[in-house]
Design a protein around this ligand. Structure first.
Ligand code: ARG
Ligand code: ZN
Length: 876
């Protein structure tokens, strides 16, 4: 069944209050829901009340406290329909269901993870707990009572503020929670179990003290300190930058080890994948610290963008997700290096979102139809959604954006809103029409912009011609031209920026050029000498530019641009043609060589101590194999791409050996580990240098010594990666892998890294290695993090291993997806998207990939989740 945006209508009945009582039991939990409704004005008095369910067993149903006559209702596992209801007076329904948390392997609804009861209700998990109008536009105030065995569950938590608790019979106790803020069911949460806690407080801008609590497994409390610090910084930042204050007496975070996603913003009670809470120098990398900071902030920021203002329906998902990702991006940029953060964001967008937007699963930031909503928690909704928000800020400027946000909060607080409401707030606050801009929400596909320029020395004018093309995507063949804000600079030969005296051909505000026509020519006057054009500075628009700039021009941008992002982009533009040519040469067995200009630019940046180390590390990390595949467009041979790229890297390593050695030695640190961005940047550059050193050496000595000497997880895991990927068969590598496994055998999050490092060793041997690792006693098929670490990393992060020419890895993968689907459809569907670009492979591999997809397609018992992905992947 397909759900369409155009079919939206409000519910027939208004939900006034929710009272839930849980009697927790591992296999037989009793849930009593008391719901007060009234019929919405104007609704047919004969219309029945239809509540959603999923896999439910009902044990009792009362109407105004009296058992309901069986002819008045129909209950199935999927719905509860009640007839003959009052025309306008409120009434109370009390429904009791029996659920089995232990058997809930989907990890949606109420389940148990490592002995802890927890919930995941977004998007449609609440209906696996009780019958309910389970949609985001039904907002109500909740009271929650929890009864459970006291010894096993000293902790009983739910949303809102704690009302009180007491003993309950000989072995049980109960707790009551009240959340005064009306909320949709997807924000409901319950946690019960025996956990340790880290406590702190935060005083809000109006002077209220909020209790902060982070719950983790006993003994892991010290590893929650960084998350607590990130939480307090997030709370402060949201007050300072967005004027948003927290609104309950308590804010809680619970870390669980089995979780389908990163984390969940339940009101006052966030539930996290423990991977995004726990960190210490011995077990977490710099990347882990950065992820924790970003995700703690993301979930906290949802309190206003998501919870106080929620979504009218799931088509509006980007209203909370795109906006909240934008907010967490800005937070991290303020806490760390803004340009380095931007480079990382763009790398991620290009490697994840661009392929999605160019393939069979492409969809608009706001989709108009879905078959399974869980499949729309995508990088398009999240990351492209964030870019769309960023473009609004670029078009309106800092103050205009702030005015629009303030109006949005003022108008829609306490409501379930739409994308139109959001855009209208910016229009009304700024007196600016954003109608054309709104196409960004509705048209899928990455805009392709072809650019050409010419300089007239006599007239001192620069002519810049741009043409936009938005590719066809599934269900959308015709596209309208969009409003694309492109930041730019005109750079003179000495590196200075030139300012035109006037511009014709379109709107230019400050350093933003507004491309609004399908093709448009801008003429800049008063330009004293031929400038080099730096276009789409800071990646102001999520587009692909086709602009054949001369190598010297790119080299000039790489050297002089004041926008560091653009310097990195120029290096990328220098490298890509070299890497695609290398792939072609390697495919034919021809020699490969690195362009001299690229080599010089890279080594100059490597040795330039005036640049921050984190930036230099990014600059020295060449476009990935999937970046090269995307650039090639079609008929991809992953082995040739890998061979060509490796040959270029080796040449850089050899030519720069002295530089890399100096960096590696010079950046060694004997001070204690600190996760701050500057220290992390030095480690990133040093480990990047180690990678190059290992490439220029024929024996694992340097990497093995780095592994032996590492005193933190960043250096240790990097050294192990270099060893395993560069010298997979060396005795030193085997020894290091064994030592690592032994040392961290009781730490699941570190073992995930051990699996990941091995799953990404390139080459044909990868499949057998992955199959062997599945037999390792540490491989736990029920743990999503572990499955993603081994099978996910192999499918998404090992192009040569996964795409072996004989197709055997696809066959293996299809079997795994089918097996996982039986337990956890969401996880299976997410993994399956690894095949989304199958049509871009050379014909032999593409055939094998299609075969594997067909095997899944033919299976008789697919979940809705996997069925949706496999159908679209084969069709699109
Ligand atoms: N709202 C959560 C977040 O982005 C993600 C929840 C995803 N849930 C799902 N069923 N796909 O913070
Ligand atoms: Zn989110």
């Amino acid at each position: 069944r397909i759900i369409h945006l155009a079919d939206y209508r409000p519910t027939d009945f208004v939900l006034e209050r929710v009272d839930l009582t849980f009697e927790l039991d591992p296999t037989e939990t009793k849930v009593e829901a008391r719901l007060i409704f009234h019929r919405r004005e104007g609704v047919d008095p004969a219309a029945p009340l239809v509540l959603d369910g999923d896999d439910l067993t009902m044990t009792s149903l009362l109407f105004d406290q009296i058992e309901m006559a069986p002819e008045r209702y129909t209950a199935t596992p999927e719905s509860l329909t009640i007839r003959d209801l009052p025309e306008s007076t409120p009434f109370e329904i009390t429904v009791t269901t029996l659920i089995n948390p232990e058997a809930n392997t989907q990890l949606m609804g109420l389940y148990r993870s490592n002995g802890v009861y927890c919930t995941q209700c977004e998007a449609e998990g609440f209906r696996r707990i009780t019958y309910f109008p389970d949609r985001p536009d039904v907002l109500a105030v909740y009271t929650v009572n929890i009864i459970a065995d006291k010894a096993a569950n000293p902790l009983l938590l739910s949303n809102g503020n704690f009302l009180g608790g007491a003993g309950y019979g000989p072995d049980k106790h109960f707790a009551a929670w009240f959340d005064p803020h009306p909320k949709p069911s997807y924000l409901f949460a319950l946690v019960a179990g025996d956990l340790g806690v880290v406590e702190d407080t935060f005083t809000t801008m109006s002077g209220r003290e909020v209790a902060l609590k982070i719950y983790v497994e006993h003994g892991k409390e010290p590893r929650a300190a960084y998350a607590m610090d990130a939480l307090k910084r997030s709370m402060k930042w949201d007050e300072e930058v967005f004027g948003r204050e927290y609104d309950l007496d308590i804010f809680m975070i619970v870390a669980v080890s089995d979780f389908n996603m990163g984390a969940m913003e339940n009101k006052g009670l966030n539930i996290f994948n423990d991977k995004y809470v726990l960190a210490d120098p011995e077990t977490a990398t710099d990347q882990d610290y950065a992820n924790i900071e970003a995700i703690i902030a993301h979930e906290y920021f949802h309190n206003w963008t998501g919870n106080r203002i929620t979504c009218r329906d799931w088509f509006q998902l980007c209203l909370k997700e795109g906006l909240t990702v934008y907010r967490d991006h800005e937070f991290s940029a303020d806490q760390r290096s803004r340009p380095v953060k931007r480079i990382a964001e763009v790398r991620h967008l290009r490697s994840e979102q661009f392929p999605e937007d160019a393939g069979p699963l492409a969809h608009p930031v706001r989709p108009t139809a879905y078959r399974e909503i869980n499949n729309f928690y995508t990088t398009t909704v999240y990351e492209k959604g964030s870019e769309v928000t960023r473009m609004i800020a670029t078009i309106l400027g800092r103050d205009g954006f702030k005015k629009g946000m303030d109006l949005y909060f003022e108008r829609h607080d306490g409501e379930a809103a739409t994308v139109e409401d959001f855009v209208k707030s910016f229009e009304d606050a700024n007196g600016r029409d954003l109608k054309q801009f709104s196409l960004w929400y509705n048209q899928a596909g990455t805009p392709q912009i072809t650019v050409s320029s010419s300089y007239d020395a006599a007239a001192k004018t620069l002519t810049l011609s741009l043409e936009q093309m938005i590719p066809a995507t599934p269900g959308q063949t015709h596209k309208e031209p969009m409003h694309i804000p492109l930041r730019f600079a005109l750079i003179g030969a000495n590196g200075d920026e030139q300012n035109p005296s006037s511009v014709t051909g379109g709107e230019v505000t400050g350093d933003v050029l507004h491309l609004t026509e399908r093709s448009q020519t801008f003429v800049f006057s008063g330009i004293a000498s031929r400038p080099v054009i730096s276009l789409n500075r800071s990646f102001s628009a999520p587009v692909t530019l086709h602009f054949a700039q001369a190598t010297e021009d790119l080299a000039l941008i790489a050297r002089f641009e004041s926008d560091l992002f653009s310097r990195w982009q120029a290096l990328t533009d220098l490298a890509l043609p070299n890497l695609t040519a290398a792939a072609a040469a390697a495919g034919k067995g021809d020699p490969v060589s690195c362009d001299k200009g690229l080599l010089d630019a890279l080594l100059a940046i490597a040795a330039d101590d005036s640049l921050e180390p984190a930036f230099r590390a990014q600059a020295l990390t060449l476009p990935s194999e999937s970046d090269i595949a995307r650039e090639l467009g079609a008929n991809n041979d992953p082995d040739a791409i890998h061979a060509g790229r490796q040959a270029i890297l080796k040449e850089i390593a050899t030519a720069g050996a002295a530089t890399f050695e100096a960096l590696y030695k010079g950046l060694a640190s004997d001070s204690a580990y600190s996760p701050d961005a500057a220290s992390a940047g030095r480690r990133a550059l040093r480990n990047c240098a180690l990678g190059y050193l290992a490439l220029s050496e024929n024996a694992p000595g340097t990497a093995a010594a780095a592994f032996a000497r590492a005193d933190n997880m960043t250096d240790l895991s990097q050294a192990l990666t270099v060893l395993a990927h560069r010298f997979p068969d060396a005795p030193e590598t085997h020894a290091a892998l064994a030592a690592f496994e032994k040392r961290f055998s009781s730490n699941a999050l570190v073992l995930d890294k051990w699996f990941q490092i091995q799953a990404t060793i390139p080459g044909e041997g990868a499949l057998d290695r992955v199959m062997r690792l599945m037999q390792n006693p540490h491989f736990v098929a029920s743990n999503p993090n572990r499955v993603r670490a081994l099978i996910g990393t192999f499918a998404f992060g090992n192009p040569t291993g996964f795409n072996r020419a004989d197709g055997r890895a696809y066959t293996f993968f299809a079997e795994q997806v089918l097996a996982i689907d039986k337990r956890n459809p969401q996880l299976a569907a997410r993994l399956l998207t690894a095949l989304r670009s199958w049509r871009l492979l050379e014909p032999g591999r593409a055939d094998h990939a299609r075969e594997a997809l067909m095997t899944i397609e033919r299976s008789g018992s697919l979940s809705n989740d996997v069925r949706d992905i496999v159908d679209r992947t084969l069709k699109g």
